[in-house]
Design a protein around this ligand. Structure first.
Ligand code: FES
Length: 396
């Protein structure tokens, strides 16, 4: 017996006869084939490398400022991997002796990728480590390294309703901007109503651009909601169940959320009031919090500096690790570059085996497969140590 809730028809005699007949045909095909791996120059391999590059070397072509605390970086490269509106790039950064990654949603139209361009918009996180550094250091002409496009925060016609309600807060508008461009450019075919929450009018990102898109296509609508100021032309307050219900217009709609963790905590409760089935609600990932103190269920039994013992092939390195940081942060501070992309527990790139010790993984970020759980694998990007830890890694 298993826990999965689907039914498999038992294999019958006819199925077995059918399989038996296939064996000689397969053996013949295999005996004719070459044992040599396909060369990288083969068409299928070239296409795979273009669609899913391990990394992309990009040049900052332009920097566009949005007020004091956000910038859009237009990046060029040749050729660039195509992407779906809603996906992100994971940038590799070297800050001091730390080598780290940060994911940022692509804010441009998917059409741009075919012209050799992406755009990402980055807002300064006041207590952040990477975003202030990027905003203060990246300039036109600099070279940067990014992953291929990643992530699943995209419209799927087989799963999502034709009308989608996008709930955005702060810089969480960026994947929706890309979706709005994709709809206007005829790349995606759905209706998008955006409820965009900001503190004040001056905090709204891409205000003019979104209004322009909404004029160019009737499939995109934007409602700006201000929480800290009342102004004509804007709604006042928060993204509430009533506002989401009104945007749905009496229909069942897919609801996509992207914004800070505090917004998710509030909006999730509002969505509960609507009684919407879970399959209609999509959250964009957010990276694990810098400190676990406020995560529900965190036992907080460790403190101070612990030892992280890292087995790299035949060698073992001991590095310091703070009790209130993720294992990935400790690795990066020590300059050990393990693969990582999403930093939110979803992509599985950072998958690492624990040799001894225990970690805390927030339930909301634990997307490990059952087999990985059983075999003692963790995702260091969202694992906080509960004592000294010994792990085995495969550096990038
Ligand atoms: S970086 Fe994606 S799961 Fe850890």
């Amino acid at each position: 017996m298993n826990d999965f809730n689907f039914h498999v028809k038992p294999i019958g005699l006819m199925d077995m006869l059918y399989f038996k007949k296939m064996v000689p045909a397969r053996q013949k095909a295999l005996s004719c084939g070459s044992a040599e791996p396909f060369s990288a120059e083969r068409g299928a391999n070239k296409l795979a490398a273009l669609l899913h590059p391990k990394e992309q070397r990009l040049t900052i072509a332009e920097v566009i400022r949005h007020g004091a605390d956000a910038k859009t970086f237009v990046l060029t490269g040749e050729p660039l991997a195509p992407f779906r509106a809603g996906q992100y790039l994971s940038f590799r950064l070297t800050i001091g002796s730390s080598v780290l990654t940060r994911p940022y949603s692509i804010s441009s139209s998917p059409k741009w990728a075919s012209e050799g361009k992406y755009a990402v918009t980055i807002k300064r996180q006041m207590d952040g480590f990477a975003s202030p550094w990027i905003l203060d250091h990246w300039k036109a002409g600099d070279a940067v390294t990014a992953s291929g496009p990643e992530g699943t925060f995209c419209y799927e016609p087989l799963r999502d309703t034709k009308r989608v309600i996008g709930l955005a807060g702060g810089c969480g508008i960026t994947p929706f901007l890309s979706m709005a461009y994709a709809i206007r450019d005829g790349i995606e075919d759905f209706e998008l109503t955006l409820l965009y929450g900001s503190r004040k009018e001056c905090d709204i990102l891409y205000h003019g651009e979104l209004a322009k898109i909404a004029k160019e296509t009737s499939k995109v609508k934007v409602v700006n909601i201000l929480s800290d100021e009342q102004k004509e032309g804007y709604e006042y307050g928060f993204i509430t169940a009533e506002r989401i219900r009104a945007a749905c217009g009496g229909e069942v709609c897919s609801v996509f959320l992207c914004g800070p963790a505090a917004m998710y905590a509030f909006v999730d409760k509002e969505l509960e009031k609507l009684g919407l089935e879970r399959k209609y609600i999509r959250h964009e990932l957010y990276p694990a919090p810098a400190s676990p103190a406020k995560i529900p269920g965190y036992p907080g039994i460790a403190n101070g500096t612990l030892t992280l013992s890292v087995r790299l092939y035949a060698e073992t390195k001991n590095v310091p690790m703070r009790a209130d940081e993720t294992v990935l942060t400790a690795l990066e501070r020590a300059g050990i570059t393990v693969p990582s992309r999403c930093r939110g527990g979803e992509c599985g790139f950072c998958r690492t085996r624990v040799i001894s010790g225990e970690v805390f993984l927030p339930e909301a970020l634990d997307h490990r497969r059952m087999a990985d759980l059983a075999a003692g694998y963790i995702h260091p990007c969202c694992s906080y140590p509960l004592g000294n830890l010994s792990i085995e890694v495969w550096p990038e």
